[in-house]
Design a protein around this ligand. Structure first.
Ligand code: AMP
Ligand code: MG
Length: 418
């Protein structure tokens, strides 16, 4: 297995912007997973690690884009109807084998090879049949409705680039150039823990002061949605020896360890000490809200990420830091999801020099645009705020006051959860 350099998460300890953090991850992290050949149906959602080059032109030969009649453009009258005899038939998979001379038409269907000679296809809706003749309306352009060989893909061209996460249409593209399998990154193996003595497993009766562990379920789903193979390793209790043992065992069998909770400043913190005694740990103080701080380090050579415990902070830090990180470890090239511009439907005051993500629901404005409505309760612990939201409004560092009507960046959850 490929290994990261020793202490790849070290930094000066200063407050970091999200962009600085991403740059650092992109610089220091490399792929750690090996190649795997996957049959096309199984390759969906995996990161391609080869350039897929087409050995053929697509289409291989000129063919018709519509059902109609293949004709010589120069035979057509541009002002009045043209009458031509129909001398043959070409259907998809059944080419016309005869010759079509000047002054003749061939009945043709979508996907059928163009017969030798004719350069244009007249749509059947613009034609009339009279016995063996076809009568064609004036007004078509030369070469209309004819698909040219190679107009989709030129032979020898790269149709899918390494680093791409394969979507359904990408799988189809590989098939369209004749592939049955592709080389992808094997999924990243991630060990997932929650930490905290207040946590109880769902299904159990809650004791005094206990809450159900939800983060492990949110994070497990987020990691799987990012293409990882997740080992759910349960809850780490605040006992140093047990934590060390669990982390070492996880490091032996995984590419990444992710925990949530127990890394806040000042906490009596065994996770931090356990990681430090078997590797390195660095607090990344990120200028983001919700979310800071995050702990990044290594247990032996295996990267470790400790996220904050608050459920909303978990999701925001996952999307901004962990998702790019896991994609990077699998050789992904597109680390940032797409944000879209929407109109703010709320007022929001924020601190300068900090990037904030506001949970919001989208409403149609009625004129084809979207209005973002802020979820009324903003606490980082409020998981229902995420459930009720469609995504996150991103407010840049230099902003201090957002007023309704302004255009803002919006990250739909649908961009990152599939
Ligand atoms: P911490 O980061 O450990 O100080 O936790 C911050 C808040 O998040 C506390 O209210 C915790 O109870 C809560 N929390 C921590 N871990 C989880 C978890 N796995 N599921 C739900 N809430 C959690
Ligand atoms: Mg805790």
């Amino acid at each position: 297995m490929a290994q990261l350099s020793d202490d790849c998460f070290a930094h000066g300890g200063k407050l970091m912007s999200r962009d600085e953090a991403l740059e650092l991850l992109a610089e220091r992290l490399a792929r750690v997973t090996e190649d795997a050949a996957f049959d096309l149906p199984a390759a969906l959602g995996h990161i391609l690690t080869e350039d897929v080059v087409s050995p053929i032109a697509v289409p291989r030969q000129d063919n018709s884009a519509v059902d109609g009649y293949a004709v010589y453009f120069d035979d057509l009258d541009h002002e009045a109807e043209t009458r031509l005899p129909v001398v043959g038939r070409a259907a998809a998979g059944h080419p016309f084998n005869g010759a079509s001379a000047r002054g003749q038409a061939v009945r043709i269907f979508t996907g059928a090879l163009m017969p030798d000679g004719p350069d244009t296809v007249m749509m059947q809706e613009d034609c009339r049949r009279e016995g063996d003749d076809v009568i064609i309306k004036p007004g078509i352009k030369r070469g209309a409705n004819r698909r040219l060989a190679g107009e989709d893909i030129a032979a020898g061209s790269t149709v899918l680039q390494a680093g791409r996460r394969l979507r359904p249409q990408d799988i189809g593209q590989a098939a369209a150039v004749g592939r049955t399998s592709v080389t992808v990154s094997r999924p990243l193996k991630v060990a997932l823990f929650s930490t905290g003595d207040e946590l109880s497993e769902p299904g159990h009766t809650l004791g005094e002061g206990q809450i159900y562990d939800s983060n492990r379920f949110t994070l497990g789903a987020l990691l799987r949605a990012a293409g990882c193979l997740v080992s759910d390793l349960g809850i780490l209790r605040d006992r140093r020896a047990a934590i060390e043992e669990a982390l070492l065992r996880a490091a032996a069998e995984h590419d990444l360890i992710v925990t949530s909770g127990g890394i806040s400043v000042g906490e009596e913190d065994h996770v931090k000490q356990a990681v430090q005694s078997h590797g390195q740990l660095h607090a990344w103080r990120l200028a983001i809200k919700p979310g800071r701080p995050i702990a990044l380090g290594q247990v032996g050579n295996v990267p470790f990420v400790g996220l904050p415990g608050n459920p909303a902070a978990v999701v925001v830090t996952f999307l901004n830091i962990v998702r790019p990180l896991v994609l990077r470890l699998m050789g992904g090239s597109e680390l940032s999801p797409h944000y879209f511009q929407v109109t703010a439907g709320f007022t929001h005051k924020k601190k300068k020099n900090r990037r904030e993500w506001v949970r919001a629901r989208l409403e149609p404005t009625g004129d084809g645009a979207w209005l973002a409505r802020k979820f009324p309760r903003e606490g980082a612990g409020i998981l229902s705020s995420l459930v009720e939201s469609d995504g996150l409004v991103e407010l840049p560092e230099d902003m201090t006051l957002l007023e309704p009507g302004r255009s803002v960046s919006f990250l739909p959850f649908s961009e990152v959860l599939s």
